[in-house]
Design a protein around this ligand. Structure first.
Ligand code: XUL
Ligand code: CO
Length: 419
């Protein structure tokens, strides 16, 4: 059964999977992935309204087949899933065979799998951070089953998003106890990963709040501190989501830069929020500027290792038609593809790198090197300033010039084809 045979998705203008950019194909650079939950499970409900989408797939088998057909039709190579997305609430092992068959048939790979530890009522007060050790144990069991399936499907990563690992009120919460439980959980999981020989990367996906008032994996900096405390900073990397970054008061490039600076960068959940709304709207990426700046950082860092761009995004509730699923994904893919071209252009000209190099060139002098290598003490530095009457002159950061330059690069395009 084909679900999308009557739909011809609009052609890509920027995304040419086999086009070489800085020595790699666009497909290799971006590792674009479709997620099962928003695209094939979400029925268009919201806090105030019922299901509005009428999808032609009814059983879990049909949903899985529809998913793979859709990904192939978009010429993409990766997907992501939660256990409950594909197995409904049943055992995951019942559908792993079908997923493997579809992957083989359509040459599609698993970017990552994850367990949904937020939906079931048992996780009301958290999963690993629950006051009840039997809930902790149930979460261990669920994650083990999902990691086993991810391993069997040769997943490139395994993701943990702590949707209920947080608190609603201090008054009933022992925070130190909960944080130690989370540390234990993550240590146990890392040990198990090595035991079964899973070669993928374990990723933590930070998010500041929603559904809980405060989540313990608030942002990348917070996750890094937590991992370090538990001696796990070499075991985990981060899956950074654009809309989570903005909810935490940062931007996607900020979170990516922070992760890169701490050797923690893993993967991206590509979407964006609405600047007027304080919740996770999970819209398809349309802001080329944000993604250009993000890709610039990623490319300078050598590109993705095991990660990629997972389109963790959903169409708006009024986008009722199957065609809208295609427009949503094509919008996201084209945004990221154009951003890749822009970022590659920025790197090829070397102009920005040169500006940054010059800005920090003082640190390449003997004086700068002596400070950084620890050869000068606090007092020696102070004496140096006094003796040599040091009086540094402020210099321009050239922000407007750089933003103008970036705008010109972002705007440069071939003729835009009408859809
Ligand atoms: C929730 C979210 C999740 C994770 C996987 O905000 O982004 O879909 O990506 O559980
Ligand atoms: Co996500």
């Amino acid at each position: 059964m084909n679900f999308f045979q009557n739909i011809q998705p609009t052609e890509y203008q920027f995304y040419k999977p086999k086009q070489l950019v800085l020595g790699k194909t666009m497909e290799e650079h971006l590792r674009l992935s479709v997620c099962f939950w928003h695209t094939f499970c979400w029925q268009g409900t919201d806090m105030f309204g019922k299901s509005v989408f009428e999808r032609p797939w009814k059983t879990k088998e049909e949903k899985i087949r529809a998913g793979f057909e859709f990904i192939e039709k978009l010429s993409l190579k990766y997907y992501t899933f939660h256990d409950v997305d594909v197995a409904d609430e049943g055992p995951l092992e019942e559908v792993v065979g079908l997923m493997a068959e579809e992957m083989e048939k359509r040459q599609i790979e698993l970017l990552w799998g994850t367990a949904n530890l937020t939906g079931h009522p048992r996780y009301l007060a958290g999963a690993a951070t629950n006051p009840d050790p039997y809930v902790f144990a149930s979460a261990v069991h669920q994650v083990k089953e999902t990691l086993d399936a991810t391993h069997q499907l040769n997943g490139h990563n395994y993701v943990l998003w702590g949707g209920r690992e947080g608190y609603e009120t201090h008054l009933n919460t022992d925070m130190a106890q909960e944080l130690n439980q989370l540390g234990r959980f993550l240590s146990l999981l890392a040990d198990y990963k090595h035991k079964i020989g899973f070669k993928g990367t374990l990723l933590i996906e930070p998010k500041p709040h929603e559904p809980t008032k405060h989540q313990y994996d608030f942002d990348v900096a917070n996750v890094y501190a937590f991992l370090q405390k538990h001696g796990l900073e070499k075991e985990y990397k981060v899956n950074i989501e654009c809309n989570h970054a903005t909810l935490s008061g940062h931007t996607l490039p900020h979170e990516v830069a922070y992760a890169i600076a701490h050797d923690l960068f893993g993967s991206i959940d590509a979407n964006q929020g609405d600047p007027l709304l304080g919740w996770d709207t999970d819209q398809f990426p349309s802001d080329i500027n944000t993604y250009t700046q993000t890709l610039y950082l990623i490319l300078l860092n050598g590109g993705f290792q095991s990660g990629g761009f997972n389109l963790d995004a959903k169409v708006r509730r009024q986008s009722l038609d199957l065609e809208d699923l295609f427009y949503g994904h094509v919008l996201g893919i084209e945004t990221i593809a154009k951003a890749l071209l822009n970022a590659a252009h920025l790197i090829e000209t070397g102009h920005l790198q040169e500006i940054v190099r010059k800005r920090y060139q003082g640190w390449e002098t003997d004086f700068g090197k002596q400070i950084m290598s620890g050869k000068m003490s606090f007092e020696t530095i102070s004496n140096y300033v006094k003796t040599n009457k040091i009086n540094p002159k402020p210099v321009s950061g050239r922000q407007e010039y750089i933003e103008l330059y970036l705008n010109r690069i972002n705007a440069e395009h071939e003729d835009v084809a009408l859809i």
